[in-house]
Design a protein around this ligand. Structure first.
Ligand SMILES: NC(=O)c1ccc[n+]([C@@H]2O[C@H](COP(=O)([O-])OP(=O)(O)OC[C@H]3O[C@@H](n4cnc5c(N)ncnc54)[C@H](O)[C@@H]3O)[C@@H](O)[C@H]2O)c1
Length: 314
């Protein structure tokens, strides 16, 4: 099959492209290599990957249209996005342009070219700040607390509309805090490992009791691949680990792996941040045969080893 992966040079996109290739697919990638984080890291992510990669911006409808005309695309995995909760509060406009408008560009082209499956990367952030756990796909999601989260919810709604109007089969996957090799340098796991390894202070927002359902990237990618083959009109499915970890325990695990103590500076909780995330993954297990394998201790060990080999500067 010929699969279009948007955001192919990103963290999850590059791992997804690699797995798709391994399984014998042809992969067309689109990425604009923006400088939200170091574009050299993105170039490194796709180095040696045998995909047909377009350096284009998905906001440019005509350019993306041309890519569809040049290639016979069967299915789409739409991962390109402006990411990050806090920066979306500073510059909400670009989040709306990329995560909503450009998602609409892709859905339109999917409709025109009769694409067989549209997989959309949504986020646990659509659940907002809530006390009830675990987060289930049946829960109401009308109370996002950041522009990023709202744009992801909007993307889900657009997918629903296209599935309903045009019978475009769509699956929205709600990812929960993904970490692992090639991880994003703006995310807490990377920042903590980076700073602790260099003996620098880390900022801990809140008292360390906030919880995240950290999910290892290979597990996420297995869910993405299974969703591409899953036959359905429209589905929303959580992809998490189903096992939330307290922030202070997460930091302690990094300390153990690096053999260094963290210099923690406690700060106020940040606007847009939620107290906890915790995925109910029963639907993913049932529909996608999803079975996350890497527990946090092992995942952090692999991540720390990767960081020391690839990113640590002595
Ligand atoms: N990493 C997580 O924990 C997490 C959690 C929930 C949801 N997600 C979602 O998963 C997807 C992938 O996230 P990631 O962590 O790999 O992020 P990433 O930033 O590493 O990857 C996104 C890629 O999209 C590209 N991109 C951004 N805007 C573009 C545009 N206008 N045109 C073309 N390319 C563009 C970027 O250059 C980047 O390479 C995103 O949709 C994100 O919202 C990620």
């Amino acid at each position: 099959m010929v699969i279009l992966v948007t955001g192919a040079a990103g963290f999850i996109g590059s791992w997804t492209a690699r797995e798709l290739l391994k399984n014998g697919n042809d992969v067309i990638g689109i990425d604009n290599f923006n400088d939200y984080y170091n574009p050299e890291f993105k170039k490194g992510n796709v180095k040696g990957l045998k995909i047909k990669l377009y350096n284009e911006d998905i906001r440019n409808y005509d350019k993306v249209k041309k890519i569809f005309e040049e290639n016979k695309i069967d299915k789409i995995v739409h991962l390109a996005a402006m990411v990050g909760v806090r920066p979306s509060i500073v510059n909400p406009f670009i989040y709306e342009e990329v995560n909503v408008r450009a998602t609409l560009n892709l859905l339109e082209l999917a409709r025109i070219h009769k694409i067989k499956k549209f997989v959309f990367a949504s986020s646990s952030s659509v659940y907002g700040d809530r006390d009830k756990v675990p987060f289930s796909e049946n829960d109401a999601t009308n109370s996002q607390i950041s522009p990023y989260a709202t744009t992801k919810k909007s993307g889900e709604l657009l997918c629903h509309t296209y599935s309903s109007l045009y019978k475009l089969p769509t699956i929205c996957l709600r990812f929960f805090t993904v970490y692992g090799p090639c991880g994003r340098p703006d995310m807490a796991p990377y920042k903590f490992v980076d700073k602790i390894a260099h003996g620098q202070e880390i900022e801990m927002y809140g008292d360390g009791s906030t919880k995240r359902d950290y999910t290892y990237v290979a597990d996420i990618v297995s869910g993405v691949l299974n969703s591409i083959d899953f036959d359905s009109d429209y589905q929303i499915i959580n992809l998490g680990c189903g096992s939330p970890v307290k922030l202070k325990d997460f930091i302690a695990a990094i300390e153990r792996n690096l053999g260094k103590r963290a210099k923690i500076v406690q700060k106020e909780m940040q606007p847009g941040d939620v107290k906890q995330t915790y995925a109910d993954i029963s639907k993913a297990k049932r529909l996608l045969n999803y079975n996350p394998k890497i527990k946090i201790e092992e995942g952090i060990k692999i991540f720390c080893e990767w960081y020391m080999e690839n990113r640590f500067k002595s």
